[in-house]
Write a protein that binds this ligand. Structure first.
Ligand code: SF4
Length: 75
């Protein structure tokens, strides 16, 4: 699915994308810190929730946080 023009403003653009699929807590923290200053965080999170992205850091959230958001929405 096409993500949209917002990706051009992504703070993670040009960074090591592997940290957004973190293997260690340190990588996860690094990815989340990049997301924290991203101007398109809301669009990124919306994309991930709509498309049920199961893996990786999207919009400053972990997969578990997004699962919780979906459960809360469904309730
Ligand atoms: S919120 Fe994070 S993963 Fe999403 S575009 Fe911004 S920096 Fe990348």
């Amino acid at each position: 699915m096409k993500k949209g023009a917002w990706t051009e403003q992504a703070a993670c653009r040009g960074t090591d994308t592997e940290i957004f699929f973190p293997a260690t807590p340190a990588e996860e923290a690094e990815a989340l810190s990049i997301c924290a200053s991203c101007p398109v965080r809301a669009q990124c999170l919306g994309y991930a929730v709509r498309n049920r992205e199961t893996y990786g850091i999207w919009g400053g959230t972990t997969p578990e946080q997004r699962r919780r958001m979906r459960r809360e929405r469904a309730a």
